[in-house]
Design a protein around this ligand. Structure first.
Ligand code: ATP
Length: 229
């Protein structure tokens, strides 16, 4: 399997706060890779560095064996915590705007709307969408230019059980299409249900990495909500 992401001794300190400490990880093509850890364990900071929006204190990472560059970043779609959409525009128009910003082909809009099951609601204003629909639209936007990798930060945060199940099902569907997915979560059961591999972060340090057991994957019938703390 091709190595998609390689992280070597990645470290980020904010003053005296050691947000991420000497992180070493590899993510291979086709994996759904969970970054599991409680609040404050360094997940978002790590994703920020991988998206080049946070400067590492030290250490390196490479995507597809290359140092980060504009060309490489085009292969990565991300839904970080607060996506920006216009409440008084409909879903379709919001995607058209995102498409202009990303300079992607508008022909991809029907494809992503269909994938996230928002085709029928595309003419409704964004402000009328449920939280789950908003999150699905954010995922659709991240997929507009058909990236190889999709990064999701706490994608089910704040959603009701139905919304959570829909997002998890969507993640599985996207994975089946062959995309590599990197997912930050504080929920053990989420990682068990959707991920193939995972890393556990605690206070900025890696304490475990490996494959996820098959047990419990692909079903949302058992909700254990076992937070790692
Ligand atoms: P959460 O789910 O709460 O976002 P997380 O696992 O994603 O948690 P981070 O947000 O990466 O964790 O935070 C790791 C640590 O770094 C925390 O102690 C946080 O307060 C601190 N931190 C993050 N960003 C900054 C910043 N810009 N300035 C100062 N400290 C920060």
């Amino acid at each position: 399997m091709e190595t998609v992401l390689s992280i070597s001794n990645l470290t980020k300190h904010f003053g005296r706060i050691k947000a991420v400490n000497n992180l070493n990880l590899e993510v291979k093509a086709g994996q759904v890779f969970g970054m599991l850890g409680p609040n404050g364990s360094g997940k978002t900071t790590t994703l920020g560095m991988l998206m080049s929006v946070v400067n590492p204190t030290s250490g390196t990472y490479s995507w597809f064996g290359e140092t980060p560059s504009h060309h490489v970043r085009k292969k990565i779609g991300a839904v970080l915590e607060h996506p920006i959409f216009y409440p008084y525009l409909n879903g379709q128009k919001n995607l058209e705007l995102n498409c202009m910003i990303k300079q992607c082909d508008p022909a991809s809009i029907p494809r992503v709307l269909e994938l996230v099951e928002l085709t029928e609601r595309r003419n409704d204003k964004y402000r009328t969408y449920s939280l789950g629909m908003k999150q699905r639209l954010a995922i659709a936007s991240a997929l507009l230019n058909d990236p190889t990798v999709l990064i999701l930060d706490e994608p089910t945060n704040g959603l009701d059980p139905m919304g959570i199940a829909e997002i998890r099902e969507l993640i599985r569907k996207i994975a089946v299409q062959g995309k590599t997915i990197i997912l930050a979560s504080h929920l053990l059961d989420e990682v068990q249900k959707v991920c193939t591999h995972f890393a556990v972060l605690k206070k900025g340090s890696l304490i475990h990495t490996g494959p996820v057991d098959e047990v419990g994957k692909g079903t949302d019938t058992v909700e254990v909500n076992a937070d790692v703390s």
